[in-house]
Design a protein around this ligand. Structure first.
Ligand code: NAD
Ligand code: UGA
Length: 484
């Protein structure tokens, strides 16, 4: 009999992870489910709903054979042997824990639906990132709502560690897969069943098994550690600008220590993405609930430094442009939260753009993957609202002050300054002379990702700010003449 897998949630995680399972396991039928009809239609079309290098090849190779996308959630869950839950778990925007706790509405909805329609034993797999002890809550929801004889559930935690932009590479060759479960005979059997799925392409020694709570907490802890590294190097970038040290040189020096390692030491305008901030705030909330106030404060400071970094960038732009950006055109290059994705969730570009809009700037934005509609929606929503379907868009002057451009050069024409907010590869090879000639003088570049060759930019005539780099004399003393 073919093993049947259903996955509730066809988003950035559900889509690619299930596509990889279907691609690697020819003996498993995988169906990805969503209540969002538009999303499922896109998964079934030539234009997939998310941009991810290598994703199309994997999906197109197995769609209709071992991989299916459907809105028939109840039917497909009822038929499945293993049900992954990969729904969104956003930060709560209202009520108890607002701004910190994970909103488990979508999760609980999925669990109740599973209980209602199941009539055979199933393994339920937590794929979403969830608060530690969620498995216990799910067990309770399931056991109290089951309607049919024959339904029985084993809950596993199998958090996902893929990063956007490299999802296919990460899924094909993961550092590790974690499977947590109850240490009972039935729990251990469920762990083995899921392990057998991954073992079809992941070396066994990289499939780690643990108890449920370690697996749930490991996911939150991993994201907290990664984000902490970025806030650490970003805090050093502020120190560099005040002292003449260069943050890239520092990253190289400290990354050469094998105990520290070179990855995740790129100073930036701030980390973004749907998860780092959400997961840290969730962990902070859990710590507070357990009376661990000091530990909560320690982890919250990672988010505080990140917010400071975005604010610092905006302040530098404003002060450099003679303390006013009102009515000035500023080119924004890059809106996605990192390169190789069209995802804008919690992108630092939102905070930077809002900071400049608040000061009256006119923004011309270019991003190779983000649509005009997405940008405008993002800039008219309140913090944390983007992940909630009940959101009401705030009426703002976005229409009047944002222009979305289809090329870098169009965005920069007539601008006073260029802000680079995403590290897209194409920004490394810009024709700086052409851009400079088309801009108002003095022309500024504020490189929030350190992708532009600062020396060349200065030779061309720009006043150049590289994040965490020694400051251009023009920026330390705005009355001095523009270089060169
Ligand atoms: P997403 O918003 O892209 O996708 C979630 C999908 O679930 C949505 O399409 C939504 O319509 C659907 N959904 C919600 N309730 C449903 C229900 N009851 N039935 C059917 N479908 C339902 O979210 P995502 O980025 O895929 O993240 C999902 C989870 O994975 C989150 O907990 C996140 O923290 C975690 N995660 C995300 C990433 C990432 O790179 N985005 C990486 C690792 C872990
Ligand atoms: C991150 C983790 O890397 C994944 O392991 C995890 O599964 C995922 O969160 C999740 O739980 O959602 P992701 O957010 O997709 O993945 O992308 P990252 O590559 O981690 O980048 C996050 C942010 O940090 C981006 O804005 C990026 O530009 C920034 N960053 C990253 C830096 O500013 N400096 C760096 O050195 C690295």
């Amino acid at each position: 009999m073919t093993l049947k897998i259903a996955c509730i949630g066809a988003g950035y995680v559900g889509g690619p992870t299930m596509a990889m399972i279907a691609h690697k396991c020819k003996d498993i039928e995988v169906t990805v489910l969503d209540i969002n009809e538009e999303r499922i239609a896109a998964w079934n079309s030539d234009k997939l709903p998310i941009y991810e290098p290598g994703l199309e090849e994997v999906v197109f190779a197995c769609r209709g054979k071992t991989l299916f996308f459907s809105t028939e959630c109840e039917k497909k869950v009822a038929e499945a042997d293993i049900v992954f839950i990969s729904v969104n778990t956003p930060t709560k925007t209202r009520g108890v824990g607002a701004g910190y706790a994970a909103d488990m509405t979508y999760w609980e909805g999925a669990a109740r639906m599973i209980a209602k329609v199941s009539h055979s034993p199933k393994i339920i797999v937590e794929k979403s990132t969830v608060p530690v002890k969620t498995a216990q809550a799910v067990e309770r929801v399931l056991s109290n709502n089951v309607l049919n004889d024959g339904a029985r559930f084993d809950i596993l935690s199998n958090p996902e560690f893929l990063a956007e932009g490299t999802a296919i590479k990460d899924l094909e060759n993961p550092d590790r897969v974690i499977i947590g479960g109850r240490q009972t005979p039935s729990g251990l059997k469920a762990i083995q069943t899921l392990k057998d799925v991954y073992a079809q392409w992941v070396p066994e020694e990289q499939i780690l098994t643990s108890n449920l709570w370690s697996s749930e907490l490991a996911k939150l802890a991993a994201n907290a550690f990664l984000a902490q590294r970025i806030s650490s190097i970003n805090s050093i970038s502020a120190l560099c600008e005040k002292t003449g040290a260069d943050v890239s040189e520092i990253a190289k020096c400290i990354g050469a220590d094998s105990r520290i390692g070179p990855k995740f030491l790129n100073a930036s305008v701030g980390f973004g993405g749907s998860c780092f901030q959400k997961d840290i705030l969730n962990m902070v909330y859990i710590c507070k609930g357990l009376g661990l106030e000091e530990i909560a404060r320690y982890w919250e400071s990672v988010v505080t430094i990140n917010n400071l970094q975005k604010r610092r960038f905006v302040d530098i732009v404003i002060s450099s442009l003679f303390n006013t950006v009102r009515g000035k055109k500023i080119a924004i290059l890059g809106f996605a939260f990192k390169k190789d994705t069209g995802d804008t969730r919690e992108t630092p570009a939102i905070d930077v753009c809002n900071g400049l809009l608040d000061e009256g700037a006119d923004l011309a934005v270019y991003d190779p993957q983000v649509t005009e509609e997405r940008m405008k929606t993002d800039l008219s929503l309140d913090k944390f609202e983007w992940d909630h379907p009940y959101t009401q868009r705030k009426a703002k002057e976005v229409e009047d002050h944002i222009e979305c451009c289809d090329s870098v050069y169009k965005a920069c024409e007539g601008a006073h300054a260029v802000c680079i907010l995403t590290e897209w590869d194409e920004f490394k090879t810009l024709d700086l002379k052409k851009i400079y000639d088309s801009m108002v003088k003095p022309a500024f570049i504020f490189d929030g990702r350190n992708v532009v060759d600062g020396k060349h930019a200065k030779e061309v005539g720009f006043v150049f700010y590289g994040l965490g780099k020694p400051l251009d004399p023009f920026l330390t003393d705005p009355s001095s003449p523009c270089s060169p």
